[in-house]
Ligand binder design. Sequence first.
Ligand SMILES: Nc1ncnc2c1ncn2[C@@H]1O[C@H](COP(=O)(O)OP(=O)(O)O)[C@@H](O)[C@H]1O
Ligand SMILES: [Mg+2]
Length: 234
Amino acid sequence: MPLLEVENVSMRFGGIVALDAVSFDAAAGEIVGLIGPNGAGKTTAFNVITRLYTPDEGDVRFDGESLFGTSPSGVIRRGIARTFQNVELFSGMSVIDNVRVGGHLRQGDQSADDVLFYMNLHSVRDRPVSDLPYGTQKRVELARALASGPQFLLLDEPAGGLSHEEVEQLGVFIRRMRDDFELTILLVEHHMGLVMGIADRVHVLDFGKRIAEGTPAEVQANTSVIEAYLGVPT
Ligand SMILES: Nc1ncnc2c1ncn2[C@@H]1O[C@H](COP(=O)(O)OP(=O)(O)O)[C@@H](O)[C@H]1O
Ligand SMILES: [Mg+2]
């Protein structure tokens, strides 16, 4: 049984169908990519999984049990953590206090300081987040997610706004986190070098529909994916 099962989920906003009977899953220990053009429904899928949105149809099961009886904070207690497409931190607060917010929501076994060391953030421990470069802020958000002691991590465009070098480090980091904390990871990302380099499997959304699923090599060779999103390789 997959750890996460999204089954036939539909989500409408007025006349917009953000998700149209979408199904996908992630098995324990996998890094699963979720890709597609802007507006395809990727962030909406994250918001459904984390219970910020209740879809019109369908179900999301975690470890065999529906998440729909669970509140957003209950989802974190179930072991699901996320980062946001646009960094959402308390910008006036210090790095350590932002990370503690993650730890307080769940009795994880990671102390906030341990997580800072792990993420190479200890040198900026007491600095206000607003003082830090964007790439460092994104790492703080990742640290906050880790501090809740998750089993499942959702990353919404973690490479967005990062330099080439930071993206390379991020790829190494995501893999290492998966191995060290035995995580399952769902990765929304436009940086194809990153996704195709670290994902075990990739699901592709386009206009709210899942149009393909497979290994990175299969998805990159899929004609509908090339037409909808990837374009012709140059
Ligand atoms: N809260 C919302 N209210 C209205 N429309 C929304 C809302 N959230 C997302 N949408 C719409 O749903 C579609 C999918 O958006 P989104 O999930 O953010 O796509 P992606 O993350 O793949 O770029 C878009 O057309 C977007 O405008
Ligand atoms: Mg998005």
